[in-house]
Design a binder for this molecule. Structure first.
Ligand SMILES: NC(=O)c1ccc[n+]([C@@H]2O[C@H](COP(=O)([O-])OP(=O)(O)OC[C@H]3O[C@@H](n4cnc5c(N)ncnc54)[C@H](O)[C@@H]3O)[C@@H](O)[C@H]2O)c1
Ligand SMILES: [Zn+2]
Length: 362
C-alpha cells in the first residue's frame, strides 16, 4: 500500500513546526485537531471556487511568513480539494518549498484531489491554470469528516470513486455499483438536501484507540461509515498507486481523466450559461458520453449503473456546444481533441478525435 495513505493520524509530537490550514466549513474538526496541542497556529479560510486564486495562496504564504515558519515547517491541510489544492501550492512555493500533508474532508478529495500531488489555483476564470506537482508527506483519511458532507458533494465524490474503478478494476467496479445502488434510496436528492450536522467530538482524533471506522451515532450518511471507508481506501489506493508510478502524468496517470474532456466542456458551457453544475456531476455525465464514443451498449450499461447510484447521466447541452468548448480547452490539440476511452470496463485507451468525427460518433 502507498506509504503516504494513512488510516490513523500520525504523531505530530516530533514535528517542530506544524501549521493547520483549514476550510471554515470543517471548523469543528479543526478544533478537535488543534486541541491536541501539536500545532503552532492555524489559518481558517472561506472556501469557494471563485476564491481559488493566487491571492488566497499568497494569504497562506503571508500567514506562514508572519508566523515565522521556517523551511522545517509542516503545513497540514484540512478541507476539500479546493483547500488542499491551495494549501499544497502554498507549501510548494513558500521558501521554495516546504512539506505539507492532507486531511481531505470531502469524498472527492479523499479518493482523488487529496492524493497525487497536483496543487494549484485558477487564473482569470481558467481552472487550475497555475500550480505545481508536490507530493504530500502523508494523507490521512479521517472517516468522521464525511458525516457532515452535503449529499450533493457526496454524489460528486461517488462519481470520481466509480471512475477510478472503471479505469482500473472491473470486479471492484461491479461490486461498488451493487453496494452504492442499494444505498442510493437513502440519499436526499433535492436542492436543500443535507444531512444533519453531527458533533465531531463523538470520534476524537486523539482518543486512545483511534479507531477510524467506528460509526458516529448521529451520522446521516446514506451508508455506514465503515463500509464507505472500505470503498474510499480501495479507490484511494488505486489512485495513489497510479500517481506513484506516473507522478507527472506522462502516461498511465492520464487514464484517470476518463470522462474529463467532456466534463471540462460541460463545466465551461454551464459557467457561460450561469448553470450550477459541480465537477463530479459533470464527470458523471462525461463518462457516459465518453462511453458512447466506445460502444453504445457500454454507454447504456454505465448509464443504468450510474443512475441506480443516484448520479446524473444526461448532459443538458447540445454536442455542438461541448465540441466548441473543447476546442478552447487546454486539452485541445492541433489535430483534434484527446480522449481517454474505455476499451472495456477496467481497461482504457486514448484516442484523438477531430470535431467532425466526434459529432458523427455522438
Ligand atoms: N489536485 C487534484 O488532483 C484534484 C483532483 C480533482 C479535483 N481537484 C480540485 O478540487 C476542487 C474540488 O474539491 P471538492 O470537490 O473536494 O470540493 P470543495 O473543496 O470545493 O468543497 C465543496 C464544499 O463542501 C464544503 N466542505 C468541505 N468538506 C466538508 C465537510 N466535511 N462537511 C461539510 N462541508 C464540507 C466546502 O466548504 C465547500 O463549500 C476543485 O477546485 C478541483 O479543481 C483537484
Ligand atoms: Zn475530476
Amino acid at each position: 500500500m502507498e506509504k503516504r495513505l494513512l488510516r490513523t493520524l500520525p504523531s505530530l509530537a516530533s514535528e517542530p513546526e506544524c501549521y493547520l490550514i483549514y476550510d471554515k466549513a470543517v471548523a469543528p474538526f479543526a478544533a478537535q485537531l488543534l486541541a491536541g496541542g501539536a500545532f503552532r497556529g492555524s489559518l481558517a479560510l472561506s472556501i469557494s471556487d471563485a476564491g481559488k486564486t493566487m491571492d488566497t495562496v499568497l494569504d497562506i504564504c503571508r500567514y506562514l511568513m508572519e508566523s515565522g515558519a521556517t523551511r522545517q515547517a509542516l503545513v497540514v491541510a484540512l478541507g476539500g480539494g479546493t483547500l488542499t489544492d491551495m494549501a499544497g501550492f502554498a507549501a510548494a512555493i513558500y521558501k521554495r518549498g516546504i512539506r505539507y500533508a492532507n486531511i481531505p474532508t470531502t469524498l472527492l478529495a479523499q479518493v482523488d484531489a487529496g492524493i497525487g500531488g497536483k496543487t494549484g489555483v485558477n487564473l482569470d476564470g481558467y481552472k487550475n491554470m497555475i500550480g505545481a506537482f508536490r507530493q504530500p508527506e502523508w494523507v490521512w483519511l479521517w472517516p468522521v469528516v464525511l458525516s457532515t458532507l452535503p449529499a450533493r458533494e457526496f454524489r460528486c465524490g461517488l462519481a470520481e470513486l466509480l471512475k477510478t474503478f472503471l479505469v482500473a478494476d472491473a470486479s471492484l467496479y461491479a461490486s461498488a455499483v451493487h453496494f452504492f445502488a442499494a444505498s442510493s434510496s437513502n440519499m436526499p436528492v433535492f436542492e436543500d438536501e443535507s444531512w444533519e450536522m453531527v458533533s465531531p467530538s463523538s470520534n476524537s482524533a486523539f482518543s486512545e484507540d483511534r479507531t477510524p471506522f467506528s460509526d458516529s451515532p448521529s451520522s446521516k450518511l446514506p451508508v455506514s461509515e465503515d463500509e464507505l471507508m472500505d470503498w474510499v481506501y480501495r479507490a484511494a489506493e488505486i489512485k495513489a498507486g497510479i500517481t506513484e508510478r506516473d507522478l507527472y502524468e506522462t502516461g498511465e496517470r492520464r487514464k484517470l481523466n476518463l470522462g474529463h474532456t467532456f466534463a471540462h466542456a460541460i463545466e465551461y458551457v454551464a459557467s457561460q450559461r450561469g448553470d450550477d453544475i459541480r465537477h463530479g456531476e459533470a464527470v458523471s455525465m462525461g463518462i457516459i458520453l465518453a462511453a458512447r464514443l466506445s460502444e453504445a451498449s457500454l454507454a447504456e450499461r454505465l448509464a443504468a449503473d450510474f443512475a441506480a447510484c443516484g448520479l446524473p447521466v444526461a448532459c443538458p447541452y447540445p454536442m455542438e456546444a461541448l465540441v466548441e468548448a473543447m476546442n478552447r480547452d487546454k486539452k485541445g490539440e492541433a489535430e483534434g481533441v484527446r480522449f481517454v476511452l474505455l476499451r472495456r470496463i477496467g481497461e482504457t485507451e486514448e484516442k484523438v478525435l477531430r470535431p467532425e468525427e466526434l459529432l458523427r460518433l455522438l
